[in-house]
Design a protein around this ligand. Structure first.
Ligand code: HEM
Length: 178
């Protein structure tokens, strides 16, 4: 029997479990212009925050422990790419594989950056939490229709939580549970 995880099937199962709907996907896509306009500010806040915590900071500093501007900028761009893909709310295999590939990149960091550990998963969760809060505040601030703001926040909450497992796939040991 194959021990390979069928990420698409898992994702589809959890999509149903959290009660995500086509309307939720539409709300996410419709909110994209608002989110895009705030992405730069979100990124600046996230990386400033990461630099305050030594276990996160170590990935973004030079040998003499100063913020590594070019590296931080490069990572901000990868975060923007991920967010652009996320706000399109795709359900195809490619997106789920993309998330799992990100987890591999984070987990394998010592191979690319000798001397550094894997990216601690708690900070990946922390970034997702940051986005949940930031987006809820953004919609409250910018949408005149509060009911719409609330529905959009709920849709994003589900969508970001669904990404937790694939984004941490490489950290998991119970490879297959079905
Ligand atoms: C939701 C949260 C996150 C997302 C979506 C994300 C996304 C990504 C992506 C797409 C890449 C691959 C870049 C490439 O293809 O070259 C990457 C690489 C990387 N990320 Fe993240 N990231 C997240 C959180 C973090 C956090 C919290 C840290 C550190 C505390 C971090 C550190 C890194 C590092 C060091 C690499 C490069 C790994 C290497 O050199 O091989 N990321 N990230």
């Amino acid at each position: 029997m194959s021990n390979v995880i069928d990420w698409s099937a898992r994702f589809a199962e959890m999509f149903n479990f959290v009660g995500m709907t086509e309307e939720d996907r539409q709300l996410i896509k419709t909110s994209a212009p608002l989110v895009l306009a705030r992405l730069g500010a979100f990124n600046d806040q996230i990386y400033d925050r990461l630099l305050e915590y030594p276990q996160a900071r170590q990935f973004f500093v030079t040998a003499d422990d100063r913020p590594d501007g070019p590296r931080i900028e490069a990572n901000k761009q990868t975060m923007i790419s991920w967010m652009r893909a996320t706000m399109a709310a795709p359900l195809n295999d490619g997106f789920i594989r993309y998330l799992a590939a990100i987890s591999q990149m984070h987990h394998n960091t010592p191979l690319h950056r000798p001397g550094l550990p894997s990216v601690p998963p708690r900070f990946i969760m922390g970034v997702l939490s940051f986005y949940q809060t930031g987006l809820a505040e953004l919609f409250e601030e910018k949408m005149s229709d509060m009911a719409l703001a609330w529905r959009t926040s709920k849709a994003w909450n589900k969508w970001l939580m669904l990404q937790v497992e694939p984004l941490l796939a490489s950290y998991m040991r119970d490879e297959k549970d079905e």
